[in-house]
Ligand binder design. Structure first.
Ligand SMILES: N[C@@H]1[C@@H](O)[C@H](O)[C@@H](COP(=O)(O)O)O[C@@H]1O
Length: 243
């Protein structure tokens, strides 16, 4: 586990974008694991800027997202399809058909989970997996519980997750109650995982996840088992690691 505690979130955005650019220049056919939420937005902004400056190309890359809500359409402004399109995909040269997200509107959600797992299996290991962390220690939408699932699966979102994500919706009632998420096994199989955490409100969560017991009640704690985990925190999020 390598810790990078940086002065500001902006520093993290640049360093993480550097990692993506370095990988793509060395291995243009890389498989990228992408995340949503507010934390990675600055990383995507930096990648778009570097693409426009001719510093990076995604032409030969493939991307897989961690998760998607169930019950809102793909073109809903808060769907993760819309998020990825507006923050990254429509601004870069990733080839059409090379970016994958689970389909939260599939008529048969179990079949959709199998389809996504088959795509992931056929693609092989993800080279660089970006993840954030929820306040309750979730990764993707792998919520705390007595057990965790290895593959892509349907989850009932925690009330605390719905409350946390309510800021993106008009009303709490509009926040979906379910989602599809990549499972922990797929995340842990990625060659390199970049965990990005910013803000004082996540300090206790990330400290518990990375120094506490490995337990399904804190899905992010399983990242302790990963052989190439890089943790990027700003000083606020990294508070308990430096005191
Ligand atoms: N499914 C996403 C996660 O992938 C993300 O890590 C988490 C934290 O989001 P934020 O970065 O907005 O705090 O929220 C969502 O629930």
């Amino acid at each position: 586990m390598r810790f990078h505690i940086l002065p500001t979130a902006a520093d993290i955005h640049e360093q993480v974008a550097d990692q993506f650019c370095k990988l793509l220049s060395e291995q243009p056919f890389s498989k990228l694991g992408l995340a949503t939420g507010s934390t990675p937005i600055g990383i995507y902004t930096s990648l778009v800027r570097r693409f426009r400056a001719g510093e990076v190309s995604f032409r030969n890359a493939t991307s897989f997202n961690l998760d998607e809500y169930v019950g809102i359409s793909e073109d809903h402004p808060e769907s993760y399809h819309s998020y990825m399109d507006s923050k990254l995909f429509q601004h870069i040269d990733l080839a059409p058909g090379s970016s994958y997200l689970p389909n939260g509107n599939a008529t048969d959600l179990q079949e959709e989970c199998s389809r996504y797992d088959n795509l992931l299996r056929d693609a092989g290991r993800i080279d660089l997996q970006l993840v954030g962390i929820g306040h309750n220690g979730h990764i993707g939408f792998n919520e705390p519980g007595r057990s965790l699932r290895s593959g892509t699966h349907l989850v009932k979102l925690d009330e605390s997750t719905r409350q946390a994500n309510a800021r993106f919706f008009d009303r709490i009632e509009d926040v979906p109650t379910q989602a599809l998420t990549m499972g922990m096994d797929t995340i842990l199989k990625a060659r390199t995982v970049l965990l990005v955490v910013t803000g004082a409100d996540k300090a206790a969560t990330v400290h518990r996840a990375l120094t506490g017991p490995i337990e399904t009640e804190c899905p992010a704690s399983l990242l302790q088992l990963h052989p190439d985990l890089h943790v990027y925190m700003d000083v606020e999020a990294g508070l308990h690691f430096t005191e």
